[in-house]
Ligand binder design. Sequence first.
Ligand code: V47
Length: 354
Amino acid sequence: MESIIRKVKNNERLGYEEGVRLYDLDLFTLGELANEIREKRWGKKSFFNINRHINPTNVCKDVCKFCAFSAGRKNPNQYTMSHEEILKIVEEARARDVKEVHIVSAHNPETGLAWYMDIFAKIKKQFPEIHIKALTAAEVNFLAEEYNLSYDEVIDLMIENGVDSMPGGGAEIFDEKVRDYICKGKVSSEQWLKIHRLWHKRGRQSNATMLFGHVEEKHHRIDHMIRLRTLQDETGGFNSFIPLVYQRENNYLKVKNFLSSQEILKTMAISRIMLDNFPHIKAYWVTSTVNLALVSQAWGADDLDGTIERESINSAAGAKSAHGMPLSEFVALIKNSGYIPVERDSLYHELKVW
Ligand code: V47
């Protein structure tokens, strides 16, 4: 163990076995190691943005066992927003100084391709200053399959219509066996990575998530991180890594043991240590709880996502995020926890120190 600690302190990269062994370290040693990396890069800055999540439809042709958002037996209320409805949401958000819309939908085979793509052009035309972060790799894969397009063609359409960056959703866990069990039929791990690679090759940026705390084991998380690290070595296009804590309500995944807070913090710290080429580690307060996200700032996380305003995917599964968080509260929480709230844009340019 001593040699692993020494390697981390010397900024040497850890391999798979060493990554798995990090979980055997005690919480505080791990925290110290991760915090040293965080503070070297970002000091006490904690980044956030003023953003608005929009989930325009919950009708989905895929069936992921962990998902409580898509309409089905457990959630009979189907909805699909019109473009007018979406534009009205963006207009209202703009008036509140929102700088990013994060648009993610289910995989709805009934709307047509134009419903997915034209809304971006409409938003860009009316609100050119708003950053559009939209379409997960899972949606890109769905659109390619549904409309017989190559990934490159879907990406061309995204760029033509004004998508600025891609969110990190749909990565779940890359291990093929676990993936097959939790979300069979959805974008494969290889396809997810390929889509982000193609997006980065266009000079564009994206994020990467990992859904953990369900049926996966610790070594699956390390494998997931290493696959991302390998792609990041090649492209450098990822901004942040976002470990998403599994929410247990209203879904079909049978989970025996839920995560302890310690394990969530350890995973946060381990991701900071393993992903040496990712600039940012995001503690997504929606799934970790606000309190643990604030504590995570001392376990390697330097970003807290944003104010969100509305959130439908994780709140459907039990997260307390349906109405986002007021800006004043967000800023006060970061300050009171001993960090400097830095408002950023979607590509991490600093806009304002609050
Ligand atoms: O891909 C679904 C996850 C993701 C559950 O890129 C669940 O900046 C926990 O990707 N428990 C969507 N998680 C959210 C997402 C995201 C969030 C914030 C920022 C960014 C970014 C991306 O939510 C899905 C899926 O992995 N999810 N169901 C659940 N029961």
